[in-house]
Every structure is written in structure tokens, then in C-alpha cells.
Design a protein around this ligand. Structure first.
Ligand SMILES: [Ca+2]
Length: 297
């Protein structure tokens, strides 16, 4: 009996060792004793819906130079949950790129905003620049969905005055004195004005007056100077421009001025026609009177 029990103990020990060795070695050898694989077939890329910025190339979203921009996108996928999507955005502009920025599920007040992915990015301090936002979303099967939107930063602008008179596109000014006063009033984004330039030309002669060249004086948003037309009577062209901090030029106005050389007023065509009618009537009456005289003879 004792011998039998000892033999059974040995057999159980051998079986135990066998099971232990198999259990340890099988996974190492790549053998799954129990295999359960879930295969998800997904060939559809994630869909990128509403974004910020949302502008098109023809109507880009207005942005402020140097501002911190909240970039958001609503991304959905039929299979991969939005929290597991890999979403990136790259911002590019003339002469620069942000590289890929990782977007993460947006949390507002401790609550996940369903389908929203967000990041923030500091815009370069560039006025009048077009920015392209390329959104890229990968699902867990590696399908890529993309969307491209556009934003643009504003530009400085202003008004041009000659002798206190605001210059418009169709302004023509006649002068009988060569003395002028110029004033450019910056009306938008004054912080991005690098220079104000007034150019006076007559034929091959050119005079350039600028704030950087100390001919123009700055007071608040106004840039002013006095000038005397230097090349005698005739037609002068005056151009006013603003240069922004990115060294881009904006022309405010081009004006033609006539100094001392005032052309005669053209004849009024209506008055001329009336004169012909009156002359014709007088001739008719005269002819008729003579014909009556002849008949009475
Ligand atoms: Ca998918």
C-alpha cells in the first residue's frame, strides 16, 4: 500500500513537471495553447468635419499676427473612437512651417468634447500673410483622412491727404502755388507700419519722402510733411504708400496734380447742338421771307 502511494506521488510529480515545462516553454516557442484573435476590417479613412480655422483659399479666416490660435477639428470614424484617432495639423505659409502639431481630445471644464480634437499654436507676427492648415487624421487601421483650410492676417491701411483734402481714386487737384502739405493717417493696424512713403514724380524726375528718411514726421497715427513742387509747371504724379513690418508695400493712392497748367474747359456738346438749331431756324425764316417777297413782286 505504502509502495503504491509512493508510486502515485512520483507519477503526479512527473505530470506536474511536464505541465510546468510546457506552460513556460510554449509561449516562448510561439505556440498559443489557447488562440483568440479579433480582426477588424476598416478601409474607410476618418472624416474631418468642422474645423477652426475654417476659411477657404478664396475667403480665408481672419487672424491676428502673433496671436495664440486655438486649432480645432471635429473628427469621426465608424470604427476607431475619436479618442484613439491620431490627428495632426501642419500650418504652412510663405517662408515657413509649423511642422506637424499633435491634436488631442479637447476637454472643456473637465468634460471631453465629443469628436473634438484641439491644439493651440502661436501665429508668427506677420501681417498680410496667408496660412494653410492641413489636418491629417489616421484611424487604427492606418487609413488617412485630410482636410485643408486657410487663414490670413490683416494689413495696415490709411488715408492720404493733400493740402487737407482727402485723396480718392478719381482725385485731380489743380494748383496755382507749388506749396503742398502731405498727410497719411493710418486707420488700421498701426503697430504693423514700418514706414510711410510719398513719391512725387514729373517726367523723369522723382522725389521720395519717407518717415524712415526723416522727411515725414510722425504724431500718433499721422505722418506729415510739407513739400514744394520743384520742377516747374505741369502735371505731377503723387503716390502714397505704407510699408508693413514684413516689408510689404501697400499703395494708398496715386494722384495726378496739375500745377499752373490748367487745361481749357471743353465745349459743352449740348450747347453746341442748340446753337446749330437756332442758326438753322434763323436761316429758314430768312429764306421763307425772301420767297414771299419774290412772289409778291
Ligand atoms: Ca476607419
Amino acid at each position: 500500500m505504502k509502495m503504491k502511494l509512493q508510486s502515485l506521488r512520483k507519477e503526479l510529480l512527473a505530470l506536474g513537471i511536464l505541465l510546468l515545462v510546457t506552460g513556460v516553454l510554449a509561449p516562448v516557442a510561439g505556440i498559443d495553447l489557447l488562440s483568440l484573435a479579433t480582426i477588424i476590417y476598416d478601409a474607410t479613412p476618418p472624416s474631418i468635419g468642422t474645423t477652426y480655422p475654417a476659411g477657404t483659399s478664396g475667403a480665408p479666416t481672419g487672424l491676428t499676427p502673433g496671436a495664440s490660435v486655438p486649432i480645432t477639428a471635429v473628427v469621426t470614424d465608424a470604427v476607431t473612437s475619436y479618442g484613439s484617432l491620431n490627428v495632426k495639423v501642419a500650418v504652412t505659409w510663405s517662408g515657413g512651417s509649423s511642422g506637424d502639431l499633435q491634436m488631442v481630445p479637447e476637454v472643456v471644464g473637465g468634460i471631453y468634447q465629443k469628436h473634438y480634437l484641439a491644439t493651440t499654436w502661436n501665429l508668427p507676427n506677420l501681417p498680410n500673410t496667408l496660412f494653410t492648415f492641413t489636418f491629417k487624421a489616421w484611424d487604427q487601421a492606418g487609413n488617412l483622412g485630410t482636410k485643408t483650410t486657410y487663414g490670413v492676417t490683416g494689413r495696415p491701411t490709411g488715408d492720404f491727404y493733400v493740402n487737407g483734402q482727402k485723396v480718392t481714386a478719381d482725385s485731380v487737384i489743380y494748383l496755382n502755388s507749388p506749396s503742398l502739405s502731405f498727410k497719411v493717417t493710418v486707420t488700421a493696424m498701426a503697430d504693423y507700419v514700418n514706414d510711410v512713403i510719398v513719391t512725387v514724380t514729373k517726367g523723369s524726375n522723382t522725389a521720395t519722402l519717407s518717415y524712415s528718411g526723416s522727411q515725414l514726421t510722425k504724431s500718433g497715427s499721422d505722418y506729415t510733411c510739407s513739400y514744394s513742387l520743384a520742377w516747374g509747371e505741369g502735371s505731377y504724379t503723387i503716390t502714397s504708400q505704407i510699408k508693413d513690418t514684413a516689408n510689404q508695400f501697400y499703395t494708398l493712392s496715386v494722384l495726378t496734380m496739375s500745377f499752373g497748367d490748367i487745361p481749357p474747359t471743353p465745349p459743352n456738346p449740348l450747347k453746341f447742338v442748340n446753337l446749330l438749331t437756332v442758326a438753322g431756324a434763323v436761316l429758314c425764316v430768312y429764306a421763307e421771307k425772301n420767297r414771299v417777297k419774290e412772289l409778291l413782286k
